[in-house]
Design a protein around this ligand. Sequence first.
Ligand SMILES: CC(C)(COP(=O)(O)OP(=O)(O)OC[C@H]1O[C@@H](n2cnc3c(N)ncnc32)[C@H](O)[C@@H]1OP(=O)(O)O)[C@@H](O)C(=O)NCCC(=O)NCCS
Length: 186
Amino acid sequence: MAGYSRPDDLSEHHSLTDFTCGEESIDSWVQGRVRANQALGFSRTFVTTEPDSDLVVGLYCLSSVSVPRQSVGKPERGSDPPRDLPAVLLGKLAVVSHLQDSGIGLGTDLMRDAIVRTLTVSLSVVVRLMVVDALNERLTGWYERFGFTSLKQTDWSPTTNGPGPVRRATNISTLLPRWSGWTAGR
Ligand SMILES: CC(C)(COP(=O)(O)OP(=O)(O)OC[C@H]1O[C@@H](n2cnc3c(N)ncnc32)[C@H](O)[C@@H]1OP(=O)(O)O)[C@@H](O)C(=O)NCCC(=O)NCCS
């Protein structure tokens, strides 16, 4: 199967009505909040669609956060860092249920696209980290495939900016040589 569109900014013409990934927190956000958040500038969502269609089959969103320097190991924060490190938060990464684990690799490609987009931004505006909130341990392992590592301090969460369970972060400079391109469309 090929031809899934390269992720694009969510717009009016995209159809999200049938989008369900099986993760309740994401499904309810997609049905209830995603368009408002986009319009209000709280997060930016990128979507991929079925070939020749506006039907969304995968998405992720990006926003900016500050990571307290004490949450991050020395290699990532460098010496004498500012109190907070500028970061991009990757949220709500999801693929429609029927295409998960299908061999197409849509989730992997969405992840790659998010990393490349973040790296591109970091050429103009300093971004020291890319952070994600892994919903469970299995997903933590999945994110580790892309170079994400555990934040040092586990009482800080990128999504609440306060107490939370173990979270993952990565120094994006380590990802630069490793990822580029969108393959699911080929
Ligand atoms: C996580 C998710 C985006 C992965 O997308 P995908 O298109 O199925 O994944 P890919 O095809 O690119 O990668 C497949 C690999 O990921 C693994 N994988 C798939 N879903 C996984 C999950 N929920 N947790 C951990 N690993 C998962 C598969 O076992 C497979 O491993 P393999 O390469 O060893 O065979 C997708 O399962 C999803 O949308 N899940 C529901 C929403 C969600 O939990 N999002 C993450 C929020 S933190």
